[in-house]
Design a protein around this ligand. Structure first.
Ligand code: MG
Length: 157
């Protein structure tokens, strides 16, 4: 068994849809990024790649490559799972923390779990997603962006 950790942050921007954990969440602003800016999936991919010692998301899917412009991050997660399979790893479980002042995310967590579990081919119960605020402090507290921390366990098949 091996452990991996991932972190990502994206700023809010006007005129963007908010994608988080593979689903679209109603909010006045979305996150800015080269892809759909799904900060949760990006942190999760980095945790998975880190656990398998496969570098990081920017190494495999560079934000300078037009192939990844506005790409659905669920595709990046599926490709990350393919990379892990090439090294004979499967996912044990994931534990993810979203740091966001707004919107309220708890009502959306079951749908995120279902969505990610289908891509990762594991039961939704193996994906824990928690939401917290930054108690109005710092860039998260000022609603300038969202940060996500992810930890995963992987096992050799
Ligand atoms: Mg990112």
């Amino acid at each position: 068994m091996r452990v991996g950790f991932g972190y990502d942050v994206h700023p809010f921007a006007e005129g963007r849809a908010l994608w988080l954990g593979g689903i679209q969440i109603p909010h006045a602003r979305g996150l800015k990024g080269h892809s759909d800016a799904d900060v949760l999936i990006h942190a999760l991919c980095d945790a998975l790649l880190g656990a398998a010692n496969l570098r990081d998301i920017g190494y495999h899917f560079p934000d300078t490559d037009d192939a990844y412009k506005n790409i659905d991050s669920k595709i990046l997660l599926a490709r990350t799972m393919d990379l892990l399979r090439t090294k004979n790893y499967q996912t044990g479980n994931a534990d993810i923390t979203i740091c966001a002042e707004a919107p309220k995310l708890n009502p959306h967590i079951p749908q995120m779990q279902t969505c990610l579990a289908a891509i990762m081919q594991i039961p939704p119960d193996d994906i824990s997603i928690k939401a917290t605020t930054s108690e109005k402090m710092g860039f998260i507290g000022r609603e300038e962006g969202i940060a996500v921390f992810a930890t995963v366990l992987i096992e050799r098949i």
